[in-house]
Design a protein around this ligand. Structure first.
Ligand SMILES: Cc1cn([C@H]2C[C@H](O)[C@@H](COP(=O)(O)OP(=O)(O)O[C@H]3O[C@@H](C)C(=O)[C@@H](O)[C@H]3O)O2)c(=O)[nH]c1=O
Length: 180
């Protein structure tokens, strides 16, 4: 398992060791001790899985305190562009976004700490799986509109499929006004 720190504090990429043989492959999709050594907390309480048609954009989502969630995300099948925005008010990278391709041929994962907005676009039909450090809490849901012009994220999909709920999310400026 190769755990790689990114240039944003707490945001970590993980490349598991994949063992291939005549039958197929094997890898440890979650190993608490090794991940904890790499700075990833051990307190996951909920696993989620979604399927998205190619071209879908989900996000950008977060839950507010005290229901903030760290997320350990990966694709089971397919390929997504995973996007995070650092919304921790005291962070030197506040307001910055990063994108990572998560791919079922590499089985790479990303740990997104609490305090980030998270989303992804499906570059292929994709099954997405993630572990969360806190439970789903509908009343605490918040987020930023996927196509906010100031964040200017390239989702790398044409004519995105976006839920009605996500079309109602705040602009980044509106979101910031709720913080400060
Ligand atoms: C996220 C979630 C949704 N649901 C329900 C609510 C709703 O009826 C249905 C679909 O919910 P959503 O449209 O919010 O699903 P989705 O847009 O896939 O939401 C997810 O997006 C990605 C980008 C994230 O980062 C996740 O944390 C989560 O916010 O599932 C749960 O029961 N538990 C959960 O944990």
């Amino acid at each position: 398992m190769n755990i790689i720190e990114t240039d944003i504090e707490g945001l970590v990429e993980i490349y598991p060791s994949i063992f291939k043989d005549d039958r197929g492959y094997f890898f440890e999709s979650y190993q608490q001790e090794k991940l904890n050594e790499g700075g990833i907390p051990p307190n996951f309480v909920q696993d989620n899985q979604s399927f998205s048609l190619k071209g879908t954009v989900r996000g950008l989502h977060l839950q507010k305190e005290p229901w903030a969630q760290g997320k350990l995300v990966r694709v089971v099948k397919g390929k997504v562009l995973d996007v995070v925005v650092d919304l921790r008010p005291l962070s030197s990278t506040f307001g910055q976004s990063r994108s990572f391709v998560l791919d079922d041929s590499k089985n790479n994962m990303l740990y997104v700490p609490e305090g980030f907005a998270h989303g992804f676009s499906a570059l292929e039909d994709s099954i997405f799986h993630y572990k969360c450090t806190n439970y789903y809490n509908k009343a605490s849901e918040s987020g930023i509109i996927w196509n906010d012009s100031t964040l200017n994220i390239d989702w790398k999909v044409d004519n995105p499929i976006v839920s009605d709920k996500d079309m109602q999310l705040l602009s980044f400026a509106e979101f910031k006004a709720t913080l400060f």
